[in-house]
Design a protein around this ligand. Structure first.
Ligand SMILES: *[C@@H]1O[C@H](CO)[C@@H](O)[C@H](O)[C@H]1NC(C)=O
Length: 291
């Protein structure tokens, strides 16, 4: 009897501990925050997983989600009519189809109902956005898509909890060639965000300027900080994997976020990292969220 009582008490403690921390992207305190008022670290070039020179990550997109990261960026390219996850070109590196990339993300959302995931796809080859919608529908991801009826101001974004309650827990942005009149849930990245420069080779990440969209106003835009380090090898930039523990340390991430705060008066919304399972990105994220 007393064993059972102890067991029940223990179970209650475990469940309480989980509910205190688990929901809403890792922390209950984020449930009531607007999507536009949460800082999230993310995996840059999340499809390029491995040990080749152009790879950016050690772990797959699903495993990045398993780490607790909720933002995934990925490059897409047109390979003879199929949308492929290629690095700059499909000759340099082809990490498979968009469908194969998205399927594990759909499965992950199925088994993690209290999480909001954000996807940022690049579309350098100007593939028609309706072709992306075809793949999203084939994979079943369209059912989770957050689809605002009109463009949202920063204040108009819903809270994480209301997105979770509505079941619209996948937010998708595209850098170029989005068209919400054709696909309402693939949002125009640069209508909502500005980005700091990328291809940084200075490990001190000494700035937080507005790089894209060139000449745009920061007002009313969330912003994405590119905090990944490249190594310049005779003019060719490759992701600097050996520096990752330092690049992704709390002190390196917070130091750049501080510069950003000085420049823009608010903390970054998203911080993109290579080798995201290195360093302590989630500790930095918690600090920036005041948790
Ligand atoms: C969220 O709001 C707080 C308080 O207004 C602000 O200090 C912080 O910079 C905001 N965070 C983001 C990511 O917008």
């Amino acid at each position: 009897m007393s064993f059972i009582m102890h067991f029940v008490a223990l179970l209650a403690v475990v469940l309480l501990a989980q509910s205190a921390t688990a929901a809403c992207n890792g922390n209950n305190a984020l449930c009531s925050r607007k999507y536009s008022n949460v800082t999230q670290v993310g995996a840059h070039d999340s499809a390029f997983v491995g040990v080749l020179l152009p790879d950016n990550q050690y772990v797959s997109a699903a495993d990045v989600l398993n780490l607790g990261v909720r933002f995934l960026q990925a490059q897409t390219h047109n390979l003879g009519g199929t949308i492929e996850m290629c690095h700059t070109s499909c000759i340099e590196l082809d990490a498979g189809s968009l469908a194969a990339y998205l399927a594990p993300i759909k499965a992950w959302l199925d088994s993690n109902p209290d999480e909001v995931v954000t996807l940022l796809l690049t579309n350098q080859d100007a593939i028609p956005v309706s072709d992306f919608a075809t793949v999203f529908a084939a994979v079943g991801l369209d059912s989770y898509a957050f689809s605002p009826t009109s463009a949202l101001t920063m204040d108009e974004w819903p809270t994480l909890q209301s997105m979770i309650s509505a079941g619209t827990r996948l937010v998708t942005f595209m850098d170029y060639h989005a068209d919400t009149s054709k696909v309402p849930y693939i949002l125009d990245e640069f209508a909502y965000f500005f980005e700091t420069p990328y291809d940084t080779t200075d490990s001190s990440f000494p700035e937080c300027s507005l790089d894209r969209p060139a000449g745009a106003s920061p007002d009313g835009r969330m912003y994405i900080v590119n905090h990944f380090l490249d190594l310049d090898i005779f003019g060719i930039l490759i992701p600097d994997r050996l520096a990752a523990p330092r690049t992704n340390s709390v002190s390196s991430i917070i130091a750049q976020a501080d510069l950003c705060y000085q420049a823009w008066g608010r903390v970054p919304n998203f911080i993109l990292l290579d080798w995201i399972n290195q360093g302590q990105p989630l500790a930095a994220q918690n600090e920036l969220n005041g948790l």
